[in-house]
Design a protein around this ligand. Structure first.
Ligand code: ASP
Ligand code: MG
Length: 420
């Protein structure tokens, strides 16, 4: 048996009939030498906001708006774009049955979705579970479509839908590593029976998930699904296919001299992800690194490129990699720079009526109360300066600042729209 490799394709990589055909060719090629397992995100254009998942989330909002039935229009749009991609990819096929079955399935799934949404509209309620059912449609359609395209290219492919992945009860407020271990096990159970005879095409969505997948994991969950599959089936590598050659020393669109990194450590990749480079979902890294599986970032537009390899410590070197070059790559030089937009800087200066250790504790207690996450921090005994990225609401930040002002002076930099 050849090495097992998990291949994850993002929405843009499979965003049209043309892209689907291209990726199917890439997978067919990879299959010559390895056992690939494909995990797909929902189809998307270059703008995430116009992708299938965003449209489904918009539909969720519309269901609860009185008098609006715009959600039906959104489902029509989704149905049409998938049918269009199906016809582009399979319209000239000699095997007419593949397209016919696919079209029936797309129409059938969309019809089920309309009925489900209409029911939610009547009871005027969308539970986290219902939201999962609605959002899961994006990955179901892309995976079903891609399976047909592979079949059409003569590759035996198996569509794997993860609707029934979770069969145990979990408390949404207490999800820990044991939940992810359970998922890896279950994913392996779903995939292993077909893996050696078929290319498994798995939906990036799994669920319904305790507390809803979007609340528990958030957008970009397909990376995590792919990682958990890699762990479950003990894959040799997890490949995340994107539209860039790998991870760069800086954003190549802004810095023309930016260089692609051949290797990067998981810690560095995680830092880049947290600080603005949308490389990979942050939960992904931890899971594969625990299992000592390398991640490779590859480019769908340049399948022969070597990409960037994220190698966990202690992983045996690939034969082509000399340990000298790797230790060079991990030497203590800055690896890359990244930019994060919309950052607010808070400079908090103690008014010295409180003792200094109490000052820091109080400041962070208040930030915690208002769910404010600090990205970077620099402190002295009476001064703390911090960069804050995403905030839940301006109101919360405003309240936190008011409270801090009771014992310190607060100066806000980069405030943009925000005033306090
Ligand atoms: N399609 C989903 C999203 O846009 C999941 C993913 O892309 O991983 O968040
Ligand atoms: Mg993504």
């Amino acid at each position: 048996m050849t090495e097992k490799i998990v291949l994850k394709y993002g929405g843009t990589s499979v965003g049209s009939g043309e892209r689907l055909v291209h990726v199917a060719k890439v997978v067919k090629n990879i299959k010559e030498t390895t056992t690939p397992i494909v995990v797909l995100s929902a189809m998307s254009g270059t703008k995430k906001s116009e992708g299938t998942t965003s449209r489904l989330l918009e539909a969720v909002q519309e269901i609860l708006k009185p008098q609006s039935q715009r959600y039906l229009h959104i489902v029509d749009m989704i149905e049409n774009s998938h049918l269009e991609a199906a016809i582009f990819a399979l319209g000239n096929s000699e095997n007419k049955q593949i397209l016919e079955d696919l079209e029936n399935d797309i129409r059938g799934e969309c019809q089920k979705l309309r009925s489900f949404m209409a029911a939610a509209e009547i009871i005027d309620e969308i539970s986290p579970k219902s939201k999962d059912v609605i959002v899961s449609m994006g990955e179901k359609l892309s995976a079903r479509l891609f399976t047909a395209v592979l079949n059409d290219q003569g590759v035996a492919a198996k569509y794997i839908n993860l609707d029934k992945l979770i069969t145990k009860q979990f408390d949404a407020s207490e999800l820990d590593q044991s939940f992810y271990d359970y998922l890896s096990l279950r994913l392996a159970e779903e995939i292993v029976p077909y893996m050696n005879t078929h290319v498994c095409v798995v939906t990036g969505f799994f669920g319904p998930c305790p507390g809803s997948l979007l609340n528990t994991v958030g957008r970009g969950y397909t990376d995590l699904t792919a990682a958990l599959i890699a762990v479950g089936i003990q894959a040799a590598e997890l490949q995340i296919w994107k539209e860039v050659d790998g991870i760069f020393t800086a954003d190549p669109r802004k810095v023309p001299r930016a260089k692609k990194l051949r290797y990067i450590s998981p810690e560095e990749a995680a830092e880049l992800t947290y600080y603005g480079s949308e490389v990979i979902h942050p939960f992904t890294m931890e899971q594969v690194i625990r299992a000592c599986i390398p991640i490779r970032i590859k480019n769908t537009f340049n399948p022969d490129g070597s990409g960037t390899l994220i190698i966990p410590e202690g992983h045996p070197m690939t034969p082509t990699t000399s340990s000298a070059s790797l230790s060079n790559a991990f030497s203590r030089h800055p690896t890359a720079v990244t930019i994060k937009d919309h950052v607010i800087v808070l400079n908090v200066h103690s008014n010295r009526r409180s003792v200094s250790h109490g000052f820091l504790a109080q400041t962070f207690l208040i930030l915690d109360q208002f769910n404010i996450v600090v990205d970077l921090i620099s402190t002295s005994e009476v001064h703390v300066s911090m960069a804050i990225g995403k905030i839940e609401s301006e109101e919360k930040l405003q309240k936190a600042i008011e409270n801090i002002k009771k014992f310190a002076t607060v100066i806000i930099i980069n405030l943009g729209r925000f005033t306090a």
